[in-house]
Design a protein around this ligand. Structure first.
Ligand SMILES: [Zn+2]
Length: 364
């Protein structure tokens, strides 16, 4: 396997287009090529929402992870917004995440709502799509294992509407979108991130669903989850705009730079947030389904979300290539060990003989 000389992405990835020096196309373009818009622009954006007529000025989605906890801390303490928060609690969520979310809200005096689908609905949807992926592995089948999770955008919008709150704040970090997986960020030369790929993504979705009997069956048998989930895969899809025309969305890290060590320091010192123990990295560690996601893409593409996330951090000067490589190798070992345990937790042990853990083996 040849990895890019600047980042960690391998040459086997579609679109990597290594040049003769061994540099990938994403390093050449600086993906995701953007600068945070900054505090002043955020103040400007927030102005119309201050002292809104609703229960609060904004509603924050908080998973209990560091990025959303920090966004809440900042919105309340630095930007003086009256906030409420909600957590999407699902069947694969780790206990420590909900504990952290609750502790952060309590210490900031923020009302905390918990939203969820009916018990086991998320788990059932996940299992169906993972089984379909095992029979017929594809990017789209892998992406659909998370379709139930997209209901958090719907549940959040419903809650905001009910509470008459005009703005929802999301904490997706622009560095975590992989350019070779599903959605990618586009920068149309104006430093505005566009969570794009809607049309292409939709076409690919239909094509792949129709080409796999298992995937089609999973999609149809769970259509109450899969159809709205697909239509709400991002907070600003046409479907959500149509259903909730007065609701606005803010992506916090489009404005404020993402600095992981500063984020953890601020949280540990101010709001009783604790870094989870016994895990290799806090990123996505709050969700058992993420272990499968890492496996599926590692198996399909020899690179997962982690490879992309770390590579974007190298390009943005957050990590050296050497430090990122050590983190990457550690994460591969972690997921290799975690997968069987995750299969037991989700009731999928009958598929063990169809799993090939050697995809996580690395030679470095
Ligand atoms: Zn590169």
């Amino acid at each position: 396997m040849q990895r890019c000389i600047k980042c960690l992405l391998p040459s086997c990835l579609p679109g990597s287009e290594f040049d003769k020096n061994g540099e990938c196309s994403w390093c050449r373009s600086g993906y995701p090529n953007y600068q945070p818009k900054g505090t002043e622009k955020l103040e400007e954006f927030l102005l119309p929402y201050r002292k809104s007529a609703g229960a609060a000025d904004c509603l924050l989605g908080i998973s209990g992870g560091k990025d959303s906890s920090y966004a809440l801390l900042q919105m309340v303490k630095s930007f003086g917004m009256k906030a409420e928060a909600f957590t999407y609690n699902h069947d694969g969520m780790a206990d420590f995440a909900l504990r952290n979310a609750t502790a952060v809200c309590k210490s900031l005096g923020v009302r905390h709502h918990i939203v969820s689908l009916q018990p086991q609905v998320h788990m059932r949807s996940f299992r169906r799509f993972f089984r379909a992926w095992v029979k017929h592995p594809s990017n789209i089948a892998a992406g659909l294992t998370c379709v139930a999770c997209k209901h958090l955008h719907i549940l959040g919008a419903e809650l905001a509407t009910k509470r008459n709150i005009p703005l929802i704040v999301w904490s997706n970090c622009p560095l975590e979108y992989a350019p070779y997986i599903a959605l990618k960020l586009e920068n149309r030369n104006n430093n505005q991130l566009n969570r794009g790929g809607l049309f292409e993504g939709g076409l690919l979705l239909v094509k792949q669903i129709l080409s796999s009997k298992e995937l089609l069956q999973s999609f149809i048998s769970d259509f109450r989850i899969s159809i709205p989930g697909c239509m709400a895969f991002s907070p600003n899809t046409v479907y959500l705009k149509f259903r909730f025309p007065n609701l606005k969305h803010l992506f916090f890290y489009d404005y404020i730079g993402w600095n992981p060590s500063a984020i953890v320091d601020a949280l540990e010192n101010n709001v009783g947030w604790k870094k989870p123990k016994d895990i290799c990295d806090d990123w996505h560690s709050d969700c058992v389904f993420n272990v499968f996601k890492e496996y599926m893409f590692q198996n399909l593409l020899h690179a997962s979300y982690t490879d992309s996330f770390l590579s974007s951090q190298i390009r943005h000067g957050i990590l050296s290539r050497e430090a990122a490589l050590q983190k990457l190798l550690q994460s591969k070992r972690f997921y290799q060990q975690a997968l069987y345990h995750a299969m037991e937790f989700t009731g999928l042990t009958d598929l063990k003989h169809e799993i090939d853990l050697s995809c996580f083996d690395t030679k470095e």
